[in-house]
Design a protein around this ligand. Structure first.
Ligand code: TPP
Ligand code: MG
Length: 199
């Protein structure tokens, strides 16, 4: 999709939300992004308006890049819905439950395949979410049914404040195999490094 957004004005949007929150203008949790702007802008060049996007609790950037008007998004955030934003008319949904969006994204991809629409599904998950049973099962199912879905793992190295890889005792990116490689994009949000496109 073409977008008016840049790294700088995405950051400014989140700063505006943070300021509002700190002034007491938002009476509910907000989840802010920082450092993943450039890779998201790259990924969204490949996302069509007809495609579906599924996200987690942190989805302000994805909403803006999917075409949700800034004022509409801000009003939802002010109403306390930052954690579970959904704009069906823009084909973007999110879940505040770890892994909640993943099977819904896979089911949607199955429907798109059955109906031969040519639309794609983009499922954004955190690095800890990627380790959960629901994600592993869903990813395997999507791979074996060759569904039109890409899982984007936003790897900030943490699960709230816990070191994800240390906790799970895993080597980096262990979920990748020859069979599922093409389903993944990794964003290292911690180091703000360029996206590695694993196609
Ligand atoms: C089922 C469930 N369990 C626990 C939580 C609390 N929780 C919120 S975010 C989070 C960690 C997620 O880490 P990750 O997937 O890496 O996402 P990040 O926020 O780092 O992008 C947890 C455990 C939750 N939202 N849902
Ligand atoms: Mg994480």
């Amino acid at each position: 999709m073409r977008t008016k957004w840049s790294v700088q004005n995405l950051k400014e949007f989140e700063t505006q939300v943070a300021d509002l929150f700190n002034q007491g203008g938002i009476k509910a949790p907000v989840h802010l992004s920082d450092g993943n702007e450039a890779p998201l802008l790259e990924i969204f060049k490949n996302i069509k308006a007809e495609d579906w996007v599924f996200c987690s609790w942190r989805s302000h950037y994805q909403c803006l890049l999917k075409g949700v008007p800034q004022e509409e998004l801000l009003s939802e955030i002010k109403a306390g819905r930052s954690i579970s934003l959904g704009f069906p008319e823009h084909k973007i949904f999110s879940s505040a439950i770890v892994g909640g969006q993943v099977p819904i994204a896979v089911g949607t991809a199955f429907a798109e395949k059955l109906e031969k629409t040519g639309n794609h599904v983009w499922c954004f998950i955190g690095d800890m979410t990627a380790e959960t049973g629901i994600a592993q099962t869903s990813i395997r199912y999507a791979e074996r049914h060759d569904l039109p879905i890409t899982f984007v793992i936003e790897d900030n190295g943490i699960s709230v404040l816990t070191d994800t890889q240390g906790k799970f005792g895993l080597r980096k990116h262990y979920v990748l195999t020859k069979q599922n490689l093409r389903k993944f994009l990794f964003i290292n949000t911690k180091a703000n490094t360029p996206m590695r496109v694993l196609e």
